[in-house]
Design a protein around this ligand. Structure first.
Ligand code: HEM
Ligand code: HEM
Ligand SMILES: Nc1nc2c(c(=O)[nH]1)N[C@H]1C(S)=C(S)[C@@H](COP(=O)(O)O)O[C@H]1N2
Ligand SMILES: [Mo]
Length: 328
C-alpha cells in the first residue's frame, strides 16, 4: 500500500491542478465534467491520509534536512483542500484581500511547486508492475470513496441552505445579477481601472467616436459573466455583434486590445457570438465595468470580456497563439 499511496498522491497532485485549470478555462456546460472530476480528485487526498500519516511521522522523526519544505507542502495541500471546500459552501466570499477562490488557486500553485521538490527528494519511479490488478482495484475504490464524500458534502451544503447549493456549474456564486452597480469590479492581477472620459475605439481601420454610437446596429442581450475568482453575474448588455461591426473578418483571428495593454485574441468564426458592448442595465458602462466599451462573450469565462477596449482588429495570427490565461 506504501507504493500505491505515494504514486497515487503524485498522480493526484497533477490531476487536481489540471482538472482545476480545465474547470476554470471552460465556460460551457463541459466545465461541469471537469468540476466534478476535480472534486473527486481533490477529495481523494483525504482518503489517503490514514496511509500517508505514518510516513509523515517516520519521516519527521528522522529529522532530515529540508523537512521544513515537506511541512510547507502539507500546509499548502491542507489550505488548498480547505479553501476548495469552503469555496463550495459559498459562505465565505473573501479571506483578507483575496476571494476564497483566489486563495485556493494560490495555495494550489504553491503546493504543486513544493510537491515537485518533495517528489525529487523522495522519488518513487512508476513501474509496469504498478499497473497490477490490485492497484487498479485500489484506484477504483479510492475514486468511489471520493464520490461518496463529494455527494455527502454536496447534499450537506444543500441541506444546510448554504448559498453553495445554488452555485453555477462552474462552481461560481451569483453576485448582483440585474444590478450592475452590485456586480464586482475585477481585474486580472496587475490591471487597474483607467478613468476615460471619451469614447474612442478603433475597429479595423475605422475610428469610432461618441457621435457614431447612434449609427451602430445595437441589440440588447442577456449574458452571464463568470469570473474565475468564483462569482458570476447575469446582466442585460447592449452592444454590436462583432460580425456586424467587422463584416467578413479578413484573417484567422480578432485581436481585442484594452487601453491598459490587456488583450485577447479570438477565432474569426466567433464574431457572430461576441459583442462590443457600450451599455449594461440600460446605462452606459461605468468606469469599473469597462467604459467606453467592453467585450461580451457569452460562454467564455470573464477574463475574455476585455474592458476599456481600444481596438478590435482582424489579424493573421491564429487565435491559439497566446497564453491560455492572460498574464497582465
Ligand atoms: C493541488 C491542487 C488542487 C487541489 C488538491 C484542489 C482541491 C479542491 C477541493 C478538495 C475542492 C472542493 C471539492 C470540489 O470541488 O467538489 C476544490 C474545489 C475547486 N477547485 Fe480546486 N484544487 C486544486 C487546484 C485547483 C486549481 C489550480 C484550480 C483552478 C485554476 C481549482 C479550482 C477549483 C474550483 C473552481 C473549485 C470549486 C468547484 C465546485 O464548486 O464544485 N482548483 N478543489
Ligand atoms: C501531496 C501530498 C504530500 C504531502 C502533504 C507529503 C508530506 C510529507 C511529510 C510532511 C513528510 C515528512 C518529512 C520528510 O520526510 O520529508 C513526508 C515524507 C515522505 N514523503 Fe511525502 N507528502 C506528499 C506526497 C508524497 C509523494 C507524492 C511522494 C512520493 C512519490 C512522497 C514520498 C515521501 C517519502 C518517501 C517520505 C519519507 C518517509 C519516511 O522517511 O519514512 N510524498 N511527506
Ligand atoms: N482590460 C481588462 N479587461 C478585463 C480584465 C482586466 O484585468 N483588464 N479582467 C477580466 C476579468 S478576469 C473579468 S472577470 C472581467 C470582470 O468584469 P467586471 O469588472 O465588469 O465585473 O473583466 C475582464 N476584462
Ligand atoms: Mo475574472
Amino acid at each position: 500500500m506504501r507504493r500505491f499511496t505515494l504514486l497515487a498522491l503524485a498522480g493526484l497532485v497533477v490531476l487536481a491542478f489540471a482538472t482545476g485549470l480545465v474547470a476554470q478555462g471552460l465556460g460551457t456546460g463541459w466545465s461541469r465534467v471537469a468540476t466534478v472530476a476535480h472534486g473527486l480528485v481533490g477529495l481523494s487526498f483525504l482518503l489517503l491520509v490514514p496511509w500517508k500519516s505514518p510516513m509523515v511521522r517516520s519521516g519527521l522523526r528522522r529529522r532530515r534536512k529540508g523537512a521544513v519544505w515537506s511541512i510547507a507542502l502539507l500546509v499548502g495541500i491542507v489550505a488548498t483542500i480547505a479553501s476548495g471546500l469552503l469555496q463550495m459552501t459559498g459562505t465565505v466570499r473573501t479571506l483578507g484581500p483575496l476571494t476564497t477562490m483566489q486563495v485556493h488557486i494560490g495555495a494550489a500553485s504553491a503546493s504543486v511547486g513544493l510537491a515537485v521538490s518533495h517528489y525529487l527528494r523522495h522519488p518513487v519511479r512508476p513501474r509496469q508492475a504498478d499497473l497490477a490488478r490490485r492497484n487498479v482495484v485500489r484506484l477504483a475504490t479510492l475514486t468511489a470513496g471520493a464520490g461518496v464524500v463529494l455527494a455527502g458534502w454536496e447534499s450537506g451544503v444543500g441541506a444546510l441552505g448554504w448559498p453553495g447549493g445554488e452555485r453555477r456549474f462552474t462552481g461560481s456564486h451569483e453576485r448582483g445579477s440585474g444590478n450592475p452597480a452590485a456586480m464586482p469590479v475585477t481585474q486580472w492581477f496587475t490591471d487597474s481601472v483607467p478613468r476615460l472620459d471619451r469614447m474612442e475605439v478603433t475597429v479595423a481601420d475605422r475610428f469610432l467616436g461618441p457621435e457614431d454610437l447612434a449609427t451602430l446596429p445595437m441589440e440588447t442581450l442577456e449574458a452571464t459573466l463568470d469570473c474565475t475568482s468564483g462569482w458570476y453575474s447575469t446582466q442585460q448588455w447592449k452592444g454590436v455583434r462583432l460580425d456586424r461591426l467587422l463584416g467578413d473578418v479578413a484573417g484567422a483571428s480578432i485581436e481585442v486590445r484594452s487601453v491598459t495593454g490587456y488583450g485577447r485574441r479570438f477565432p474569426a468564426e466567433d464574431a457572430d457570438r461576441m459583442w462590443l458592448a457600450f451599455e449594461v442595465g440600460g446605462a452606459p458602462l461605468s468606469a469599473g465595468h469597462g467604459f467606453p466599451a467592453r467585450i461580451v462573450a457569452p460562454g467564455r469565462r470573464g477574463f475574455w470580456w476585455v474592458k476599456w477596449v481600444e481596438s478590435v482588429r482582424p489579424s493573421d495570427v491564429p487565435a491559439w497563439f497566446q497564453v491560455p490565461f492572460p498574464l497582465s
